[in-house]
Design a protein around this ligand. Structure first.
Ligand code: ZN
Length: 452
């Protein structure tokens, strides 16, 4: 068996791993490169394998950096099945068409402004392409064996990262490998504990926080303090949030704070159609997270769901303190931009970031103390409080990753470290060597490795 690393080698996006044996060829994850332009251009490069020559694709979870390239491979001739858990399938049904829609919008904007080097600019794929590709997705429950390519057997285990997220064990009958996907945390407020990995010859493991430790403070305490202070000033608490995962954690934490009477009972709006759909899916999948039916009921009853633009506007126009959760999480687009225009100049309001803010985004600029922010072509003065809550990450930190790997019944013969910035990858490589005695390597972009 051999693996060719087609993405996520020196960065946290673009997860794509080609796995080949003498008789079968498949892809594990099929993600978009995101962030810096240099990386995004890789999405436009010719894919090194003819999609029609792939027997199957396995998706570890629905985040676009793991699934968002799939509609393009499907349009370009992939004719097999894409295997994932049923919850991942359902989430892909929300995320992939939205991704196509955003690609179309971006291309249309580039054409209007005339800044595209390709004239006319074309979307990577359209909403329609994405909708059509969903027919090739095939859901398999955790722990059930499936056969994604000739001679290959596989099964999913719970990775605890977001709803439906899995690690996958793969074998061609001679060698076996586990791909970790993205790994969650042992004490996540809503997700189940990641299951230990089964015995395998090799491991391919993520390293997003390979050189960091999450803050030890309880994020609910920080959130309560910010809400109290902002409500006392009569301002709005605006929380830019990722629609899948983070928005559901926030609703759960807020419901707990209201119940414990630690914050005043303010109107709460979930203002993102995608986050609303993801929340409904989350509530419908009891076995896949740790919340009880009662927790889910409270979470669902807490917020007003604003689906239309008119409802969104009405939420912002409501007088007095209120909490608005809206996407996107790094304020790169979406409805949250309209809310930001209103909140930024208001010294009584708070803008609360709850996740990693990538370089170059409005979120990163605000956290760095920018005095003004450009939205829709105009600059807006920043007079609102800008806050950041650490500790809500859906990724294990370095110590949590090591603890999780320690539970493996058997050490892999070799480990490949992917899905991290170079410093994080190297830090995790050293810890695996020093603390577990595991031999770990950092693969090169497009490099091929024969499994021992
Ligand atoms: Zn992820």
């Amino acid at each position: 068996m051999r693996i060719t690393f087609l993405g996520a080698t020196d960065t946290v996006t673009g997860s794509r791993f080609l796995v080949e044996s003498d008789s079968g060829r498949l892809l594990v994850d099929c993600g978009l490169f995101q962030g810096l332009k240099k990386l995004r251009l890789r999405n436009r490069e010719r894919f090194p394998v003819d999609p029609a020559a792939l027997h199957g694709i396995v998706l570890t979870h629905a985040h676009l950096d793991h699934s968002g390239y799939f509609p393009l491979l499907y349009r370009n001739g992939f004719a097999g099945r894409a295997w994932c858990t049923p919850a991942t399938l359902a989430l892909c049904g929300i995320l992939l068409p939205d991704s196509g829609y955003l690609q179309e919008e971006e291309a249309a904007y580039a054409n209007k402004e005339g800044f595209s080097r390709h004239s006319p600019a074309r979307p990577l794929y359209t909403q329609r392409d994405a909708e059509e590709s969903l027919a090739a997705l095939h859901g398999v429950p955790f722990a059930q064996e499936f056969h994604p390519a000739p001679s290959f057997s596989a099964r999913f285990g719970q990775a605890g990262h977001i709803l439906g997220a899995a690690w996958v064990w793969l074998s061609d009958g001679k060698r076996s490998v586990v791909f970790s996907g993205d790994v969650g945390r042992p004490n996540d407020p809503v997700m189940n504990v990641p299951e230990p990995i089964p015995p395998a010859d090799c491991l391919v493991v993520e390293s997003t926080y390979g050189d960091r430790r999450h803050a030890a403070t309880d994020p609910a305490d920080t959130l309560a303090d910010i809400i109290d202070a902002t409500a006392a000033r009569g301002g709005t608490i605006l929380i830019p949030s990722f629609a899948v995962g983070r928005a559901q954690v926030l609703l759960h934490l807020l419901a707990g704070l209201v119940r414990a009477r630690r914050i005043p009972r303010l109107p709460v709006y979930l203002d993102s159609p995608m986050a609303i759909n993801a929340t409904e899916l989350f509530i419908g999948h009891h076995a896949l997270h740790r919340l009880s039916a009662e927790d889910c009921r409270r979470m669902g009853a807490l917020a007003t769901y604003t689906r239309t633009a008119a409802e969104s506007k009405a939420a912002m126009n409501r007088r007095g303190p209120k909490i608005i959760i809206s996407a996107s999480g790094m304020a790169t687009g979406g409805r949250v931009l309209h809310h930001l225009k209103r909140c930024l100049p208001d010294p009584s309001s708070s803008i609360v970031f709850v996740g990693y803010q990538a370089a170059g985004t409005r979120g990163a600029a605000l956290l760095a103390g920018a005095e003004s922010i450009k939205i829709h072509g105009e600059y807006h003065r920043v007079r609102a409080h800008v806050e950041h809550i650490d500790g809500l990450s859906a990724h294990a930190d370095a110590a949590e990753l090591i603890d999780w790997l320690k539970q493996a019944e058997q050490a892999p013969k070799r480990t490949y470290i992917v899905h991290g910035e170079p410093s994080a990858q190297d830090a995790l490589r050293r810890r695996l060597r020093d603390e577990l005695g595991w031999e770990a390597r950092i693969p090169e972009y497009r490099g091929t490795e024969e499994l021992p």
